[in-house]
Design a protein around this ligand. Sequence first.
Ligand SMILES: [Zn+2]
Length: 81
Amino acid sequence: MNFQPYPFHWVPAAGQRHASTDARPSGGYPTGMEVATLCGCRLDADNSELAWFWNTCPVAIGRRTRLLVFRCMGRALSRDR
Ligand SMILES: [Zn+2]
């Protein structure tokens, strides 16, 4: 039940979806909760359903890609052994 594909969560805030490594309460970040995002901001989360249709923060995409690359490299290395 604790499976996490990436070491961050998505948090809709300020009109975009950002990535954050803050601990997330079950059910998601509640509306109004201040969350530190990977793009370097502190934003109030918006847990409304509409918020999940917002565009992804471009910086968050870049960081996410880098995280994915690191994960893939780690997997490849362990497979080569
Ligand atoms: Zn962002």
